[in-house]
Design a protein around this ligand. Structure first.
Ligand SMILES: [Ca+2]
Ligand SMILES: [Ca+2]
Length: 364
């Protein structure tokens, strides 16, 4: 696994408010910067899903108030694959105070600004000789460029309109690979229009593995295949889609347009992966992807023991599915004996899956 870097903005405080009556309605624009061999020639800016009004949750804040920053606004995580020993990562933050700009305009302006940052990095990289001075130069240039980008954003807000949102300030933290600490604090002060906002958080390397949150909207739709799954390693599903990891690809397939291949209770020893979605249970056997209608599968009862040779487990609706040897076993979860809460003994758990409010753990 390559190195992963994380920027996490955790806490927002209003030391002094901008609006002279009662309260402020702050919101933040956050951009991640990512220049390495993964992004070279592609996209250097990581955007957040919600750059609009009220993205800090509570919107009416008085002076002295501190609130947590939601992870979908304040957290940028990137896996970094250096170019030689070079990589540049960072975070840029613009702080705003909501007044009468349309939220649609705010969101448009955010994405326009992301494009400007991206274009700036792309142009700079294209011109760049691969020598250390120019790479170092890029960081300073980028910091200066942020000012122009905010000016463009302001224009987008139509300065002539009545009582547009107020710009409070911008801040950034941009670091090279060799400067990235294991863990360090972040503190940004935004001062403008008489206001003083403070954002606190931390940044650093993530070691020992990372859990990434991948937005399925960012994945390309890659069609349907019923075969070709010899190298499939992992499978899961959500919404209308299920996802298979094969080699280094994540493949997204529309479950609704996949051929249902009926029901089989003898699934075969070649079965390697299983997941459940909607009305169906999916397995990968050899190079085939098999979709089975869970409703027509035979329930084969309940058993609390006898799972030494269990290999796969998933859950759907009221049922738990286990593959043991060459059989697919469907059990009604409600009839299983609950064995209480176990927070330890994790090492002895062989399989886990989640259903409703429960995690089902298979011990052998
Ligand atoms: Ca205001
Ligand atoms: Ca306001």
């Amino acid at each position: 696994m390559e190195k992963a870097f994380s920027f996490a903005l955790k806490e927002f405080t209003i030391k002094k408010r901008e609006d002279w009556i009662r309260y402020d309605e702050p919101y933040l624009w956050v951009f991640g910067i990512h220049l390495d061999s993964n992004t070279l020639g592609n996209n250097y800016v990581i955007t957040i899903d919600n750059p609009g009004h009220k993205n800090l949750g509570k919107s009416k804040l008085t002076s002295g108030k501190t609130i947590p920053i939601p992870p979908d606004v304040g957290r940028i995580i990137m896996e970094v694959k250096p170019i030689g020993s070079f990589a540049l990562t960072g975070i840029i933050i613009f702080a705003w105070e909501e007044d009468h700009t349309e939220n649609k305009k705010v969101i448009e302006a955010y994405h326009e600004s992301a494009k400007l940052i991206n274009e700036f990095i792309r142009t700079s990289v294209n011109k760049m000789e691969i020598n250390d001075n120019e790479k170092r130069d890029l960081k300073d240039k980028l910091k200066k460029k942020i000012k122009d980008i905010y000016k463009s954003a302001i224009k987008f807000y139509i300065p002539t309109s009545w009582d547009q949102d107020d710009f409070i300030g911008y801040e950034s933290k941009i670091v090279f690979l060799d400067e990235m600490p294991e863990n360090a604090e972040l503190e940004f002060h935004f001062k403008g229009d008489n206001a003083h906002y403070v954002v606190k958080g931390e940044y650093g390397c993530l070691v020992g593995g990372v859990i990434f949150l991948i937005n399925t909207k960012d994945l390309g739709y890659t069609g349907i295949y019923d075969t070709g799954w010899n190298n499939a390693r992992l499978m899961t599903g959500t919404g209308n889609y299920f996802y298979i990891l094969r080699g280094d690809e994540i493949i997204q397939m529309n479950a609704k347009t996949l051929k249902a291949t009926g029901v089989t209770d003898i699934i075969g020893k070649e079965t390697r992966l299983m997941t459940a979605l909607g009305e169906y249970v999916y397995v990968i056997r050899g190079d085939e992807l098999i979709q089975m209608n869970a409703k027509t599968l035979k329930a084969t009862g309940v058993t609390d023991t006898g799972w030494t040779t269990a290999r796969l487990m998933t859950a759907l609706g009221e049922y738990v599915y286990v593959i043991r040897g060459d059989g697919l076993i469907q059990m009604n979860a409600k009839k299983l004996k609950a064995t209480g809460v176990r927070n330890s003994s994790g090492k002895k758990m062989k399989l886990i899956t989640a259903l409703g409010n429960n995690i089902l753990a298979l011990f052998t």
